[in-house]
Design a protein around this ligand. Structure first.
Ligand code: FMN
Length: 200
């Protein structure tokens, strides 16, 4: 039985969409069935229109399906990817997580295998805090956190974040560290842990 992996992201300017797509490639290479899903946008249209990169990214990703609660039920494993907002998750992701109370109450989120990724403008701009904020909710779900740790040298080359892959992104959208292989490794590890759980 193949692992079902949902890669759930929020992105204003494309960085976390890129991370999500690398995670998809890594998950598929590890044998998983993968869905890339975006968190619904909540910002007022006027705010989006005032930022050309944001507007362009939303238009480019108009066809990416929005995540639903059914996707969470479907998934054995989930990778979240979200930009840092003042050292925390974007409100869009938090709002989505706050709709999961019903599933949580039915015990349907327990034992999901989860890991998370993030980006920020500064190398120490809060990526680790953002990933850990996601994990705080995951502990309440009863999820199994499959952080990369330092289980593969690829993490060092990507900046060394053991909580989950993270990247620095310049104001014009360039990724500073080369994290592609670390993202793919993180996806493989998440899928591998989910596979191991299936065999129990
Ligand atoms: C409201 C807001 C708050 C932000 N807070 C931080 C921050 O605390 N530290 C930081 O380094 N970058 C911060 N940033 C920059 C974003 O993290 C950066 O634009 C994002 O990681 C790019 O990801 P995306 O292309 O997927 O949207 C902030 C951006 C916004 C709009």
């Amino acid at each position: 039985m193949s692992v079902k992996l949902a890669v759930i992201y929020y992105s204003s300017s494309g960085t976390n969409y890129q991370l999500a797509n690398w995670a998809k490639e890594g998950g598929q290479a590890a044998g998983a069935e993968v869905k890339v899903l975006k968190v619904p946008e909540l910002a007022p249209q006027a705010a989006i229109d005032s930022n050309p990169a944001w507007k362009a990214h939303l238009e480019e990703t108009a066809n990416v399906p929005e995540v639903t609660l059914d996707d969470l039920e479907w998934a054995d494993a989930i990778i979240f990817s979200a930009p840092t907002r003042f050292g925390n998750v974007p409100g869009q992701l938090k709002q989505f997580l706050d709709t999961t109370g019903g599933l949580w109450a039915e015990g349907k989120l327990a034992n999901k295998v989860v890991s998370a990724m993030s980006s920020a403008m500064n190398p120490h701009g809060g990526q680790e805090k953002t990933i850990q904020a996601i994990y705080t909710t995951m502990y309440h779900w009863g999820a199994i956190i499959a952080a990369p740790g330092y289980t593969d040298p690829v993490t060092f080359a990507a900046g060394g974040n053991p909580y989950g892959t993270s990247v620095t992104v310049t104001q014009d959208g360039k990724l500073v560290e080369d994290v592609q292989e670390a993202v793919k490794y993180q996806a493989k590890r998440t899928v591998d842990v989910a596979k191991a759980l299936q065999s129990l």
